[in-house]
Design a binder for this molecule. Structure first.
Ligand code: ADP
Length: 382
């Protein structure tokens, strides 16, 4: 029997920086689509870029669109995932089997500069209409959700955004997808660094991701017992600030502490500005302070490490898998019930809801961050 192209579908794409939990989300959205909603799910490979390339290949040509639909029907599920050419795949049960805990995204993610162009987005919207897509789900961080917002403003298509970024820099939700796993990875990393720090009586300065947000460093600091967290929120660090931080570590050493783990968020700025990684700038400043004339611990060594993309991978935590399922459930409810209304799923006070695009930052988030910083300080003082 020749498979027929679905009369309606919901499309899903992953865009920007990948985060753990994306696969868990894909599995949930596909399973709910097939099992509960009885709607076909089109997985889009490589985010907006996959859409832009396909729209360009079809170029508004009716016959090319028919050929694309045939291609999609002829390569369902895993067959489509293997095909390098096809950017749209009709997902089935088997194609999302065994992926829940895997980091990254089996559909691929990408950055796509062309998507900033309104004309390009118009062609993408035409393509989606031609493919009977009644809603598009965009999973990603700040940039990807900005693209989603523009699509929603420029069309009648329902666009549901899903906050997924390890940075936790989206202030309309308590947590984004992937944060919990990244914190878990950082705690694992700190555990490893502590062994060597303790053995050599060293200060390890570890740089975390997080863009302008200090949340990742903050949460990992609280969960790992790192002695110090340095976050961007209080503002740029000058020479005196760095001396003050070094003095704090030295003071703890005087009171019997043998080592220190310092977590510095990548968004931390310096006054005057510095080009090098934060971990290296702080290493030099701390080392200089520890070696000043008459210092009590001139042999105290500082070692830097930039943890980088390590934080994006790894086995997804149960917490993130659960959040992925809840976001997927919420997205489907919005598609089913709100008659085309676009918005972003958000977790607030343990409730998941769709909030409008452009929702203002929650002031509680900033207050909570300050409270967590104080709590960390109280817990870590020695
Ligand atoms: P993230 O979603 O992780 O924050 P980026 O900021 O790199 O990652 O954004 C991912 C993609 O989202 C970009 O490559 C682009 O395709 C799209 N995007 C970002 N900002 C915009 C924008 N202002 N207008 C349209 N598309 C955008």
């Amino acid at each position: 029997m020749i498979p027929t192209y679905p009369e309606q579908a919901v499309a899903v794409l992953f865009s920007g920086g990948d985060s753990p939990g994306m696969n868990a989300f894909l599995r949930a959205v596909v399973r709910l689509g097939l099992n509960r909603e009885k709607v076909a799910v089109l997985g889009i490979r490589d985010g907006y870029r996959g859409l832009v390339r396909t729209a360009r290949a079809v170029n508004g040509d009716a016959e090319a669109l028919v050929r694309l639909k045939q291609d999609i029907c002829n390569h369902p599920g895993r067959a489509g995932l293997i095909s390098e050419q096809l950017h749209l795949i009709q997902m089935d049960h088997a194609s999302v089997s065994g992926i829940m805990g895997k980091g990254g995204t089996i559909l691929g993610s990408a950055r796509c500069l062309e998507f900033h162009d309104k004309e390009v987005r118009k062609k993408v919207l035409q393509l989606l209409a031609g493919l009977n897509v009644r809603a598009l789900i965009v999973v990603g961080g700040d940039g990807s959700l900005t693209g989603a917002k523009l699509l929603a403003e420029e069309s009648d298509l329902q666009i549901i955004g899903i906050p997924a970024t390890i940075d936790n820099d989206l202030q309309f939700t308590d947590m984004a997808l992937g944060v919990d796993t990244a914190v878990h990875t950082l705690v694992w990393a700190v555990d490893h660094f502590i062994d060597t720090a303790r053995s050599h009586r060293r200060v390890m300065v570890l740089e975390t991701m997080g863009r302008e947000s200090g949340d990742l460093a903050r949460m990992a600091g609280l969960a790992s017992g790192a002695e110090m967290i340095i976050t961007p929120e209080p503002g740029p660090l000058n020479e005196e600030d760095m001396k003050r931080l070094a003095a704090k570590i030295e003071g703890a050493m005087t009171r019997g502490r043998g080592h220190a783990i310092v977590l510095v968020a990548e968004g931390v700025q310096f006054d005057p500005p510095q080009k090098r990684n934060r971990a290296y700038v702080l290493m030099d400043a701390f080392q200089q302070y520890f070696q000043r004339p008459g210092a009590p611990f001139p042999d105290l060594e500082v070692r830097p490490s930039v943890l980088g993309h390590l934080q994006r991978g790894g086995h997804t935590t149960p917490q993130d898998c659960i959040l992925a399922a809840r976001f997927a459930d919420c997205a489907w409810k919005a598609i089913r019930e709100t008659e085309g209304k676009s918005g972003i799923t958000a977790l607030r006070k343990n409730v998941v809801n769709v909030v409008p695009y452009g929702e203002p930052d929650m002031p509680e988030r900033a207050v909570f961050s300050q409270e967590m910083d104080q709590l960390h300080d109280d817990l870590s003082s020695w």
